[in-house]
Design a protein around this ligand. Structure first.
Ligand code: GDP
Length: 368
C-alpha cells in the first residue's frame, strides 16, 4: 500500500531531495571561542568580580587553575586586588569517605541555607586524585541537582593540577575570589581519604566530618586522627531502619570525643544524626555550625585560627615554590634519574644522593 503522504492531497509534505545539511559543528565556533579566550586586565577582572559577575568569577578561577605562567601571573594580580574585599564569609569544610553522602548532604544543606538564612553560597572542592578521574569525584555539578540550578549558588569542581599542596592552594585562592564576589558562605568539600582533610582543615572556620553508622568508621576516624580536627561530627543516613544504628553510632562518637583533650576553640564538638537524602535534621546541623561560629567569634578563636592559617599558607607557598624550583631545575632533572637508580642499586646512600643534587642545584643558582 502506498504511503498516505505520497497522495496528491499531501503534495506540500513530500520530501524534497537535495537539501544541504548544515554542519554538525557551528562553523563560527572557532571565532566565538577566540573571543571568549580574550583576557581582561587584572583591574577589570577584579572590578567585575566585586560586582558579583559570575561568569567573570568563573574565568578568574580558570586563570587561578591554569598552569600557564602568564595566566598565573595575571591570577596573582587579580587575587591581590580582590584581597581587601575578602575574608567576610564563613568557610565550612565538609569531609567524609566516598559514599558517606557528601554531595547529597551539600545539596540539602546548601538549599536549606540559601532559603532560610539567605546570602550566597559557593561550593569548592579539594580532591588531589581528580587528575586521574578528570574531576568527577568532587564538586561535579550533576551530583548537586538542586543547588546547581539555584541562582545564589556557585559550584566549582576541584582543581585538577598535580600535588595536594598545589590543588589546596588553588582552592584557597578561589575562596578569596568568591568572597570578593560576595559569597557569604563557602563549602569546601573534600574526600575523607589521605591528607586532603588536613589541607581542607587549614583553610576553613568549621570542619564537619560526615560519618556513617555500622561501617566500622567510628574506629577508623579515631585511628586516622581525623576526629581531633573535626569541629562537629554528623552521622548521615539516619532514616528508615537505620535510625537506631545511627543513634548508637552517635553515642559511640560522643564517648570517644570525651577521650580527647578539650579543643583549642574551647567548644566541644557536637555529634548529630541527620538524613541528607530525606532532609531530616538539616537545620540542626546548620545551627550547630553557626552556633559554633558565633561562639568562636566571641572568644577570639575565629580570628586566631584565620591568622594561624595565613601563616601556615605563607610557609606552604614558600615550600611549594622552593620544591618546584628545585625539581624543575634542568641540572637536577638530568641527575635525578640516574642518582635514584644508584640509590636503589645500593651504590649511593640516600643522603649522599640528596647532597649531590642539592650541591648541583646551589652551584647552578650561584652561577646564574
Ligand atoms: P559522596 O560520595 O560522599 O558524595 O556520597 P553521595 O552523596 O554520592 O551518596 C552516596 C549514596 O548514598 C547515594 O546512593 C545516595 O543516594 C545515598 N545517600 C546519601 N544520603 C543519604 C541519606 O541521608 N539516606 C540514605 N538512605 N541514603 C543516602
Amino acid at each position: 500500500m502506498e504511503h498516505p503522504e505520497n497522495s496528491e492531497e499531501y503534495k506540500g509534505l513530500t520530501v524534497n531531495s537535495g537539501v544541504v545539511q548544515p554542519a554538525i559543528v557551528n562553523p563560527y565556533l572557532s571565532r566565538f571561542r577566540k573571543k571568549r579566550a580574550q583576557l581582561l586586565s587584572a583591574g577589570e577582572y577584579a572590578e567585575r568580580i566585586i560586582k558579583g559577575d559570575v561568569s567573570i568569577l568563573s574565568q578568574a578561577v580558570t586563570l587561578v587553575e591554569s598552569v600557564l605562567p602568564e595566566h598565573q601571573a595575571l591570577a596573582q594580580e587579580v587575587i591581590e586586588k580582590c584581597l581587601p574585599y575578602s575574608g567576610n564569609s564563613v568557610r565550612i569544610g565538609i569531609s567524609g569517605v566516598p559514599g558517606a553522602g557528601k554531595s547529597t548532604s551539600i545539596d540539602a544543606f546548601g538549599v536549606h541555607l540559601l532559603e532560610n538564612y539567605g546570602g550566597k553560597l559557593a561550593v569548592l572542592a579539594i580532591d588531589p586524585s581528580s587528575e586521574k578521574t578528570k574531576g568527577s569525584i568532587l564538586g561535579d555539578k550533576t551530583r548537586m541537582e538542586k543547588l546547581s540550578v539555584h541562582p545564589k549558588s556557585f559550584i566549582r569542581p576541584s582543581p585538577t593540577a598535580g600535588s595536594l599542596g598545589g590543588v589546596a592552594r588553588k582552592t584557597r585562592e578561589t575562596i578569596i575570589l568568591c568572597e570578593a564576589a560576595g559569597y557569604d558562605n563557602i563549602f569546601v568539600e573534600t574526600v575523607g581519604v589521605g591528607q586532603s582533610e588536613t589541607a581542607c582543615h587549614s583553610m576553613v572556620d568549621f570542619f564537619l566530618l560526615i560519618q556513617l553508622a555500622g561501617t566500622g568508621d567510628e574506629l577508623q576516624g579515631i585511628k586516622r586522627g581525623i576526629m581531633e580536627i573535626a569541629d562537629g561530627i554528623v552521622i548521615n543516613k539516619a532514616d528508615g531502619s537505620n535510625i537506631d544504628k545511627a543513634q548508637l553510632a552517635a553515642t559511640h562518637f560522643r564517648n570517644a570525643l570525651h577521650l580527647f583533650p578539650k579543643p583549642d576553640s574551647g567548644v566541644l564538638p557536637k555529634v548529630l544524626c541527620y538524613s541528607g537524602f530525606y532532609e531530616i535534621g538539616i537545620d540542626e546541623v546548620l545551627k550547630m555550625i553557626f552556633d559554633y561560629i558565633d561562639e568562636v567569634k566571641k572568644n577570639g578563636y575565629f580570628q586566631y585560627r584565620r591568622n594561624e592559617q595565613s601563616k601556615y599558607w605563607m610557609y606552604e607557598s614558600i615550600n611549594e615554590h622552593l620544591r618546584n624550583d628545585f625539581y624543575y631545575n634542568p641540572t637536577v632533572k638530568n641527575m635525578l634519574g640516574s642518582l635514584s637508580e644508584q640509590v636503589l642499586d645500593g651504590h649511593v646512600t640516600s643522603f649522599v644522593a640528596a647532597k649531590r643534587l642539592l650541591d648541583a642545584y646551589y652551584e647552578q643558582i650561584r652561577r646564574n
